[in-house]
Ligand binder design. Structure first.
Ligand SMILES: NC(=O)c1ccc[n+]([C@@H]2O[C@H](COP(=O)([O-])OP(=O)(O)OC[C@H]3O[C@@H](n4cnc5c(N)ncnc54)[C@H](OP(=O)(O)O)[C@@H]3O)[C@@H](O)[C@H]2O)c1
Length: 328
């Protein structure tokens, strides 16, 4: 089968399309024909081994490979069809269209992937094609996790910093579905898309600092590493919640003090990504609360281009790689 691999850390050109053995599912595994996979910011960060938060460096380098990547594959967020079931694998039928999230446990930059029964896959929403569906799990699961932890009430004023990224775009839609008044912070090229996703207000961070001025927020959802933590906390109303998906070590420590000693709470977390959350996203898609946010679809041969597109930050939505023929 065809797979996109990378033998060394480096720029997008290290991604190579080649032939590797098609995986065979064990008794409790499922073989999926991958139709589409999201090329995520995290894939790019792993490929280049370049992370904006420095404390990730040592643990990740030990885990992923010191001199070169131990696992030469990427892609944990995908959509596809069930091709084969191990003899003890249950819950799906051959031919079922599914979408899923396996973080770094599978390598879906390939035509086929085997997943254990513990991996989060559920039936694909009927109203999304494979490319639309592949664009949801990373951003959707992370955004849902944080928006639930924010305990949003109808009417809450929520600001999402870095709203134009995969996680932020879902955050806007989920916060709106929860009844919030949403302000999106990003660059101007993303304003129209963010308003289409439901943002009530837009702030261009290159022109205005959302933490300054008289406006206060009930929730600050911050996906931008290096934000001014004290300013974000200052910008919260009493009882306000700050959530960071990309925290520096100092922010993690300060967040504990904020939650203990003030009337505000600060949460720094990694989303766990559960099947229940994926099912909730599927339902929101089918109810029209989450829209398709695909920027561009690239064939496997242009995986490096796909990564370049993600890294330019010019994309309006998710970048997807289609396996084989452009996914339908
Ligand atoms: N905590 C978790 O569980 C978790 C899970 C997955 C990923 N992450 C991390 O979360 C980060 C965001 O993920 P993502 O996939 O949403 O990334 P992304 O798609 O690159 O989105 C980041 C967005 O923030 C914007 N931005 C950059 N600087 C900004 C600033 N100073 N103020 C406001 N907006 C700014 C970017 O736009 P421009 O650059 O065009 O300005 C871009 O639209 C990644 O670094 C990833 O590693 C965390």
């Amino acid at each position: 089968m065809k797979a996109i691999t990378y033998a060394n850390y480096g720029p997008p050109e290290v991604l190579q399309l080649g032939e590797i053995a098609k995986p065979v599912p064990k008794d409790d595994e499922i073989l999926i024909r991958v139709r589409a996979v999201e090329a995520t910011k995290t894939d790019c960060e792993i490929r280049a081994f370049k992370f904006s938060v420095i404390w990730y460096w040592l643990p990740l380098r030990l885990w992923l490979g010191i001199t070169k990547p131990r696992r030469q594959f990427l892609g944990g967020y995908f959509a596809g069809q069930i091709e084969e079931l191990g003899k003890n694998a249950t819950g799906f039928s051959i031919g079922d269209a599914v979408f899923g999230a396996a973080q770094m446990r599978v390598s879906a930059y390939a035509q086929f992937v085997t997943v254990g029964t513990g991996v989060n896959i559920v039936l694909k929403p009927g109203n999304f094609d494979f490319t639309d569906a592949a664009a949801v799990p990373l951003g959707g699961l992370n955004a849902l996790h944080f928006m639930r932890r924010a305990q949003i009430k109808p009417g809450d004023r929520v600001v999402i910093n870095g709203a134009g990224g995969s996680i932020g775009l879902h955050g806007v839609q989920i916060a709106k579905a929860m009844g919030a008044q949403v302000t999106a912070v990003d660059t101007t090229i993303k304003e129209a898309l963010l308003r289409r996703m439901g943002a009530d207000e837009f702030i261009d961070y290159t022109k205005e600092d959302f933490t300054l001025g008289d406006r206060k927020w009930d929730v600050v959802f911050d996906m931008v590493p290096g934000s001014d933590y004290a300013a974000c906390i200052q910008a919260l109303n009493p009882g306000g919640r700050y959530l960071s998906g990309n925290p520096r070590l100092s922010v993690m420590l300060r967040s504990i003090l904020t939650s203990w000693f003030t009337n505000k709470t600060a949460t720094c977390a990694f989303a766990q990504e559960s099947k229940e959350e994926l099912l909730a996203l599927k339902q929101m898609i089918e109810e029209g609360k989450i829209k398709s946010i695909v920027d561009q679809v690239y064939p496997m041969e242009q995986a490096a281009e796909a990564h370049r597109r993600v890294e330019t930050e010019q994309r309006l939505g998710a970048v997807v790689i289609a396996m084989g023929a452009v996914a339908d």
